[in-house]
Each structure stands twice: as structure tokens, then as C-alpha cells.
Design a protein around this ligand. Structure first.
Ligand SMILES: [Zn+2]
Length: 268
């Protein structure tokens, strides 16, 4: 865990051998500090904030040596949610924080459009001048001009063949789709990116990994417990440690110790 400062450890070894239960003024001050940091963290969306704040609250205000009690407190702190009546909300939130790479969203819609080159401009509905009023024609021309098939000059037919492209520095990848008509194109592109893909590193995670930035625990074990098929990234589990092109890394900060360490996950 490197040189990270563990608040609980530091306190234990210097000033407070016995911890007050029920959260005294110190706990409140710690909580306020962590809440402040969490609210300042642009990487955290609403779900992540909810999770981080619940962890901060439970660790600072409800000290316990029992992992079981801690997780019961976490569930209480997260609170009931109508959307999660039949699922384990804590589990969902921890999954949401699993360190991982997420490729860019595919275009909204129910199919992946072919990115083969377009030869003629796309028209939503070819019209005959006499069949449509001038304002309607102007309106449709405007829509057609703004359509991605024209702005990006791509075919846009439903994709059938896909080609993986990995970026050299980051290992970030995306799929390029091609329709039946652009099959040859797909084969050519696949050949072009072959060497690049083989040389690309494992993708740098770009999602999750916030819990380990604030709290100290055996995160690989904990994520594994909650997330099927999850494996720790070679870049580590902390979002602070991941290199992001064009961005400076986040400086190391104090982290709170979670009771749950190498102990079992008895809550599930
Ligand atoms: Zn096509």
C-alpha cells in the first residue's frame, strides 16, 4: 500500500489507543474533511458519491472492529432505494466502482452503424420536389445535413463485421463496425491495425477505482467478491494511480482504514 497514511493507524499509534465508540467530535471532523474531498472529486458521479460518503460516514462515525457490523452499517447509511428493491444496492454501487476500462459508448440506437466510406450523401427519405412543400424540404435537408452519415461521411448501415482497434500508448480500444457491403473494407482495416493491436498494452482503466483513493482495504479481494469476472488491472486499483493522457496524476492523500482487511466478506 506504499507510503499512504492510514488515519486510523496514525491515531492509534500516537494519541488514541482506545477508540471512542459512537463517533465523537474527532469522527465528525474527519467525516467533514472526507465529505469535502468527495464533493470536490469530479470523477465521482452521483452513485459514486453516495457510496464514498456512506463509507466515510461509517468509518469515521461508527467505529467497529467487526466487518459484519461495518457492512450492515454501510447498507443502512446508503439507505433504501425504490429502484433497488429487489437487488443488493451496496453490491451494485461497489460494482459501479470496480476499476475497469470502458470503451467509448456506441451511438445511441439498437445497432452499430457501419463506418465504411459513404459515396453519395445520405437522404433520410428521397423526395420529389412536387411532393413536398418548400418549408418541409428545407427542414429535411437540414436534418439530412446534420445526420452523422453525412457529417462523418460514413455508410451507417447496420454493422455485421467488427474490427478491434487498440491505441498504442493506452491500450484503449474501440470496435469499428462494417456492413456486409463493406466487408472488404473491414478485412483491410483489420490488417492495418494488426501490428498496432499486438503491441498495445493492457488498457489503462478509466472507470471506477475511487473507493481505494479514500479508504484503505484489501480492495482486489473485495472487488472480486462483488464483481463477477473482475481481475485487478496491472495499473493497480486506485484511480489516483492511473496515468491519463494529458492529465497530471492526483497527489497521494490520507486514507481511512476499513475494518475489512484480509478477513472474510461475511455480509453476502
Ligand atoms: Zn457499410
Amino acid at each position: 500500500m506504499g507510503a499512504a497514511l492510514h488515519l486510523a493507524h496514525a491515531e492509534q499509534s500516537t494519541t488514541a489507543p482506545e477508540r471512542k465508540r459512537g463517533g465523537g467530535g474527532g469522527g465528525g471532523k474527519d467525516f467533514a474533511e472526507f465529505a469535502h474531498r468527495i464533493y470536490q472529486d469530479d470523477r465521482a458521479d452521483a452513485d459514486s458519491r453516495r457510496l464514498l460518503l456512506a463509507f466515510a460516514y461509517v468509518i469515521t462515525m461508527q467505529p467497529t472492529d467487526s466487518a459484519k457490523e461495518q457492512f450492515a452499517n454501510l447498507r443502512k447509511a446508503i439507505g433504501r432505494d425504490e429502484r433497488h428493491r429487489y437487488t443488493d444496492h451496496l453490491r451494485e454501487l461497489i460494482r459501479h466502482d470496480a476499476p475497469r476500462y470502458t470503451p467509448p459508448d456506441k451511438r445511441a440506437g439498437d445497432y452499430d452503424p457501419c463506418v465504411g466510406p459513404r459515396l453519395r450523401p445520405f437522404k433520410e427519405r428521397p423526395y420529389k420536389a412536387e411532393q413536398m412543400s418548400l418549408p418541409d424540404r428545407v427542414e429535411q435537408d437540414k436534418r439530412d445535413a446534420e445526420d452523422f452519415r453525412n457529417t462523418e461521411n460514413v455508410c451507417g448501415a447496420p454493422g455485421k463485421h467488427r474490427v478491434l482497434e487498440k491505441l498504442p500508448g493506452t491500450g484503449w480500444y474501440r470496435w469499428h463496425w462494417f456492413c456486409q457491403r463493406h466487408r472488404d473494407h473491414a478485412v483491410r482495416i483489420a490488417e492495418q491495425v494488426k501490428a498496432q493491436n499486438e503491441a498495445a498494452p493492457e488498457p489503462i482503466p478509466n472507470n471506477g477505482g475511487l473507493l481505494p483513493c479514500y479508504f484503505d482495504a484489501n480492495w482486489p479481494k473485495l472487488y472480486k467478491h462483488y464483481v463477477d469476472w473482475w481481475e485487478p488491472p496491472v495499473y493497480g486499483v486506485r484511480a489516483d494511480d492511473w496515468p491519463t493522457p494529458g492529465k497530471q496524476s492526483v497527489p497521494q492523500r490520507a486514507r481511512l482504514r476499513l475494518v475489512i482487511g484480509s478477513g472474510g466478506m461475511e455480509d453476502a
